[in-house]
Design a protein around this ligand. Structure first.
Ligand code: ADP
Ligand code: ZN
Length: 838
């Protein structure tokens, strides 16, 4: 019987693990994965037991003090996964373990207090407070700290409880509190009086005229809405705030009600057929192979990962749903990873409606408490399907039978802003292996490295070459809702078929030659006019990466940059301000060029605000809506914008974001990309790939409408292969050319990379440290006799971040990470297989 354990301390800054002695009374109950309390330095800390140890590594060893919860916090396969990650990503094990515990877990621990029935005592010897505590426990049985707080308001009872525990009168024990049973609700508002009364209110709604009118506006707005309305919508429509709603509610003019469990931005706009559709021919073939995989997993072996390659709308999600159903039927659980909940609303909705009461959704807007609740419910086995972003991969699902990674090329699967720097796709593949689970990776535009895995036989490739568009009933539903005729080409079975949209590449240099200086080409202009005339909708897209609206001098080329981050400042027409989007630095727009004094200094007009302004100038009748980082900062903003657009409250959506998935917008018949090559010229080996992915995805937004569809890509580089391949919906072509480029330049998948980054606010210190590290690395390479190429040290493309200078070194080779294993790299950010070199 091992009576020592290895413990990972649950404090973010601690990455080592430590050995502790296990007292006899804990020997039976503590196991790998248990949450325990241990002495750590001068404090007591929470930690997770990683394994039993025969021989401790130190002679002077401390005892584990307490077991917090009978049920282990981590499953055995989670511990194995954390170890794999630490090894693979060269990350501290503690940081990997931390991903698997809900945030704030240590603060959440509570104390359970109960009387010791075996210990008799004289009441008279107790102090008044001691008596109160003992009586409480006699009356109500065992109590948690939070309950004692409630019963003994403003009384410092903890010291007294400790004293009684020392005397043996009480037992205390650390526990995790149960989840709240109260389901999540949201507040909504409705008009409480009849609409006619609004115009004849006896009293003003505020002494201030402006406020009075705003509140009146709320009432009038609500009068025109049916049913309950979300506050965020009211705020957006009227400029009102929470205080206004409160006042109106107290005056009895509106009613505020708590409703709804899952906030659904699509309400009745997304129709989900009740019946599970019969698979198309392509789907049925794919399904045969997936089912084979599920059978292999049933026999306790791990099938090779499946890569489902098919355009948006080719029926991948329908296959995921089937695989989940089969997995649940076999008594196992399933995990569905999506890029971001707010960008995939329809997918979430389909899972929720197909598997009612079994699905837990994790999203970024959950509070710490809600996250903790979900974690506990999963651990208890109450939820058997989890849908969420990359962090959902670390939920304690037992008996995992299936992992789905939808849109597996998406950048959000890489964590590159905090420790551990890891990639959710390879990590999911490892998790599938550790659980003998099936893994389905789906994308219309897989990364070159991912497709290469399939092409070289490590993964099983499943192609879904045809677009389904939609279920026929869905189209009929849209037609009814919008009151329009929708002629459709019936497809196979229940599907409605439609070809891919027509994409045209417009050469902007020729527009200039023809005398058109506007940001809209003649073709895009005509398209917008047509959309407005026919009451359809358009999306104008701008790439977020690379440039926003930077300010430069047309005479000398000087670009106005942030003095702290060295990045181009972005122009905002409101207040004529220049803003740094990295650190928040602001300055006024200069009148003349700081370098040459010319008055020809102006912004390069490609920001969303700028585009919106141009649309308003050139199409005054158009109702516009902006979807970018600025307009979506507030909670619920994504949902609101989507809701407004799907309900045709705007004609043109101008955005830097794209719905990653699903969502039929039947009125959208035009998608324009303002400048297709933005992002293409960034100094990164994946620029071409990213541009291709983005353009393909954007193009997929159009032509989902039976009314037809058109995509216009505007560019100054019409011959670029990424742009051409996207325009022709030709993944194969792109892959071939990109793979050749990677082979020529020796980048992944032909070599692996490690990126080392150092930051310092002193530029000389940054450079000096980078130089000396380069020397050390050269020495290590020589000593180990490894074939590793070193690039750098060089300043990063984004030279400064938060006032700190960034330098990097790239290692290239078959397995460059091996060079760094067990070598000191303090203060360096180490990223294995970096998805970006910027
Ligand atoms: P993807 O995940 O590849 O984007 P989906 O599975 O979402 O594709 O399918 C696209 C649309 O077609 C959805 O609206 C879905 O309901 C519908 N659909 C998928 N498979 C079928 C089928 N076999 N019969 C009828 N409709 C289908
Ligand atoms: Zn100048």
């Amino acid at each position: 019987m091992a009576s020592y354990v290895e413990v990972a301390i649950n404090l973010p800054q601690i990455s080592n693990t430590y050995h502790y002695h296990l007292p006899v009374e804990l020997e039976v109950t503590v196991q790998a994965g248990s949450l325990v309390i241990v002495p750590f330095g001068k404090q007591r800390a929470q930690g997770v037991v990683l394994r039993m140890v025969e021989q401790p590594d130190v002679t002077k060893i401390k005892d584990v003090e307490e077991l917090v919860d009978e049920k282990p916090a981590l499953t055995p396969s989670q511990i194995a996964l954390a170890k794999w990650m630490a090894e693979e990503a060269l990350a501290p094990l503690g940081a990997c373990i931390n991903l698997m515990l809900p945030p704030g877990l240590s603060q959440r621990t509570d104390t359970l207090v109960r009387l010791n029935p075996a210990r008799a005592f004289e009441e008279e010897t107790l102090s008044p407070l001691e008596k109160r505590i003992v009586h409480l426990l006699q009356d109500r049985g065992e109590l948690r700290g939070r309950q004692l707080n409630a019963s003994l308001r403003h009384v410092e009872w903890r010291g007294t409880v400790r004293k009684l525990a020392r005397e043996g009168i009480l037992h205390t024990h650390a526990v995790l509190p149960p989840t709240r049973v109260r389901p999540k609700t949201v507040r909504k508002a409705a008009l409480a009086i009849s609409p006619e009364k609004i115009e004849t209110l006896p009293d003003p709604l505020s002494k201030i005229q402006r406020v009075h009118e705003r509140r009146l506006h709320v009432l009038r707005f609500l009068a025109g809405e049916e049913g309950l309305v979300e506050p965020s919508w009211i705020y957006a429509q009227t400029g009102a705030n929470n205080g206004d709603l409160k006042m109106l509610s107290e005056a009895g003019l509106i009613s505020l009600r708590q409703t709804e469990v899952w906030r659904d931005p699509l309400e009745d706009t997304v129709y989900i057929p009740e019946k599970i559709p019969k698979l198309t021919h392509d789907q049925a073939q794919a399904w045969d192979r997936i089912r084979e995989g599920l059978n292999i997993a049933q026999q306790g072996q791990t099938p090779a990962p499946f890569l489902l390659h098919g355009v948006t709308g080719s029926g991948k999600t329908e296959l995921y749903l089937r695989a989940v159903r089969e997995t649940l039927a076999a008594g196992k659980t399933a995990l569905i990873l999506v890029p971001e909940i707010s960008l995939t609303p329809q997918t979430i909705k389909r899972f929720l409606s197909r598997f009612p009461d079994q699905v837990g959704v994790i999203h970024s807007q959950l509070s710490e408490g809600e996250r903790y609740d979900t974690w506990r419910r999963v651990r208890k086995g109450d939820l058997s399907v989890i849908v969420g972003p990359r962090s959902a991969l670390f939920m304690p699902l037992e008996n995992l039978g299936l992992i789905v990674v939808d849109e597996c090329h998406h950048e959000s699967y890489d964590q590159s802003d905090s420790l551990p720097y890891y990639h959710a796709v390879p990590t999911s593949v490892a998790a599938a292996r550790l659980n003998q689970a099936v893994i389905l990776l789906g994308s219309a535009t897989p990364r070159v490295t991912q497709y290469f895995q399939a092409a070289s036989g490590n993964w099983t490739l499943i192609e879904l070459p045809h677009r389904i568009l939609a279920h026929r009933e869905t189209i009929a539903h849209h037609a009814r809702r919008l009151g329009i005729e929708m002629p459709l080409t019936p497809g196979e079975g229940d599907t409605a078929d439609l070809g891919l949209p027509k994409v045209s590449v417009v050469d902007m240099r020729q527009e200039l030659t023809a005398g058109n200086r506007s940001i809209f080409s003649r073709e895009l202009r005509a398209g917008i006019e047509h959309v407005l005339e026919t009451h359809q909708q358009a999306i104008l897209f701008l790439n977020r990466r690379g440039t926003a609206t930077y300010v430069f001098c047309r005479e000398c080329g000087y670009v106005v940059k942030c003095p702290r981050d060295d990045k181009p400042l972005t122009y905002h027409s409101r207040g004529d301000q220049l803003i740094c989007h990295t650190c928040g630095y602001q300055r006024k727009m200069p009148q003349t060029c700081p370098q040459c004094g010319s008055r020809q200094i102006r912004q390069l007009g490609t920001g969303t605000e700028k585009v919106e302004q141009m649309v308003r100038e050139q199409f005054p009748q158009a109702r516009t809506l902006r979807w970018d980082a600025e307009t979506t900062r507030k909670k619920g903003a994504h949902e609101l914008i989507l809701n407004l657009f799907t309900n045709h409250k705007a004609d043109i959506l101008i955005g830097t974001q794209m719905l990653a998935k699903g969502l039929d917008l039947p009125l959208v018949t035009l998608v324009g990309v303002i400048l297709a090559e933005v992002g293409l010229n960034l100094p990164d080996y994946r620029s071409g790939e990213r541009t291709f992915q983005l353009l393909t995805q954007v193009a997929g937004r159009a032509g989902r409408s039976p009314l037809g569809g058109q995509v216009v890509l505007q560019t100054y580089e019409p011959d670029n292969y990424a742009i051409q391949a996207a325009a022709h919906h030709d993944f194969e072509d792109f892959y071939k050319k990109e793979l050749a480029f990677r082979r020529d330049t020796q980048y992944p998948p032909f070599r692996r990379l490690v990126r080392l980054e150092y930051q310092n606010s002193d530029p000389r210190k940054a450079e000096g440290t980078a130089e000396s590290m380069a020397g050390t690395l050269r020495e290590w390479i020589r000593k180990d006799n490894r074939r590793i190429e070193m690039i750098g040290p060089v300043p990063c493309f984004f030279t400064r971040l938060y006032g700190r200078y960034r330098w990097q070194i790239i290692l290239k080779g078959q397995d460059p990470a091996a060079l760094l294993r067990d070598r000191p790299l303090t203060d360096w950010i180490v990223e294995v297989d970096p998805p970006s070199l910027l």
